[in-house]
Structures are given as structure tokens and as C-alpha cells.
Design a protein around this ligand. Structure first.
Ligand SMILES: [Zn+2]
Length: 70
């Protein structure tokens, strides 16, 4: 995958994480997210003892990570 900003080939890897949440700006974190993902969503299940390998690409030039949200 090429970086959208600088066109450098990104390094494929993963984020070891129990879960990641994305919340829209000016909204609050929720215990449960419903409706379309644009309302906010959680990746993974927040099990503290089992880390998910969340696919991600890193651009060493921009120091930027792109996460696959599936
Ligand atoms: Zn880049």
C-alpha cells in the first residue's frame, strides 16, 4: 500500500490491542455503538487479556499509521 501523503510504500503490520474505538469529534464515548459506523464504532471486543492483531500500515516518512477497521 502506498502512503496517500508522500507515495512511499507503507510497511504492513498490526497493532496489538484489546480494542479500538472511533468516536466522531464533539461526541462522547459510548458503552455500545448502534446505527451506522459514522456514529462511532468499536473494533475488537475490549477483552483485556486477549489482544487482537489489528491490521495496520505504517509510513516511516510521515510517521503515520493507517488502520484497517475490519
Ligand atoms: Zn507518507
Amino acid at each position: 500500500m502506498k502512503c496517500n501523503y508522500c507515495n512511499t510504500e507503507m510497511l504492513e503490520g498490526y497493532l496489538p490491542t484489546p480494542g479500538i474505538e472511533w468516536v466522531p469529534k464533539y461526541k462522547e464515548k459510548k458503552l455500545k455503538y448502534t446505527g451506522p459506523k459514522t456514529n462511532g464504532f468499536r473494533i475488537g471486543r475490549m477483552y483485556l487479556m486477549s489482544l487482537k492483531k489489528q491490521s495496520a500500515w505504517y509510513c516511516p516518512n510521515c510517521d503515520l499509521i493507517i488502520i484497517n477497521c475490519r
